[in-house]
Design a protein around this ligand. Sequence first.
Ligand SMILES: CC1=C(CCC(=O)O)c2cc3nc(cc4[nH]c(cc5[nH]c(cc1n2)c(C)c5CCC(=O)O)c(CCC(=O)O)c4C)C(CCC(=O)O)=C3C
Ligand SMILES: [Fe+2]
Length: 318
Amino acid sequence: MTTQIGVLVMSYGTPESLEGVKSYYTHIRRGNPPSAEQLKDLKDRYEAIVGGVFPLRENTDRQVKALQEALNRDNKDKDVEYICFQGLKHARPFIEDGVERMAESGINQAVGIVLAPHYSVMSVGGYIKRAKEKAESSGIQMTFVQSYHLHPQLIEALSRRVSARLDQYEEAGANREDVRVLFSAHSLPERILSMGDPYRDQLLETSKAVAEQTGVTSWQFTWQSAGRTAEPWLGPDILDTLRELSKEQVEYVLSAPIGFVSDHLEVLYDLDIEAQSVAAELDMRLMRIESLNNDPSFMAVLSDVVRDRAGELKAGRP
Ligand SMILES: CC1=C(CCC(=O)O)c2cc3nc(cc4[nH]c(cc5[nH]c(cc1n2)c(C)c5CCC(=O)O)c(CCC(=O)O)c4C)C(CCC(=O)O)=C3C
Ligand SMILES: [Fe+2]
């Protein structure tokens, strides 16, 4: 008999159209509508990166489909069938909708995974909390992948991307050693540090592992995309880091946003437009590594950690 295991694939979510930006932003702000100025600012940023479909929606759809294929393709347990459902934090289908759809399909065992490799109680922890609550009230036994920031195939996939760009710098006449690699991730409020949150350490671990595997010695970690609120956010921000590096006469920079797995606003706007324009002003050369998107080796990472959790479910110790 085949057992069906549901896989709730969770991601941040993005609007479906420019008209949908307001309700999306309101959801992020826990029900408080943004001011007209804040709304215009966000709409302008989306307008700069969107050509029809919002990139994150397209990418998440592809990732979920590719993960389901990967999970069932090399399935060693022929008695298990994996069925993937999407659950988004701030857009439809919401996390709760995804769990409800699983229940409607008769699934009673499931694994949850977030499309973000590093755990923070403020990011991944929030997704898991919502899914767990809904699963409990829907009668689904559910277990979660917490993080996968040091998975060997993740480090390998990121390293390949870093090396490919360093090759390009070399082909353009630069020395590999002269390129400063800037690993980055979404900033969070500074108070996570006093909460003992693993987010920063996990990000540093990924950075270090990729630097080691690529033989890069000239690297540093920097934050990006901090929120514009009154409380302090983790820094330094990548734009300030670029200004500092310019003072140190660094000319070649490679941006490696290891906290993200998809092309979206933080990559296509914050890095490709905003950081690029600062680099241009400073007369620096800035390149960015390609995003993982639905790369087969990234799908192998996700399917490996999902299968691992599914094994625990079967063994009755989620
Ligand atoms: C840790 C983290 C990740 C990475 C982990 C993960 O992926 O979960 C992430 C990803 C993303 N963040 C995204 C978009 C936005 N995040 C905002 C605001 C915020 N992000 C926060 C944190 C994070 N965000 C926080 C603490 C806030 C403040 C409000 C709050 O406490 O929640 C705002 C409001 C306006 C602004 O501040 O710019 C927007 C529009 C998109 C979608 C992009 C697209 O649609 O292409 C993605 C993938
Ligand atoms: Fe965000």
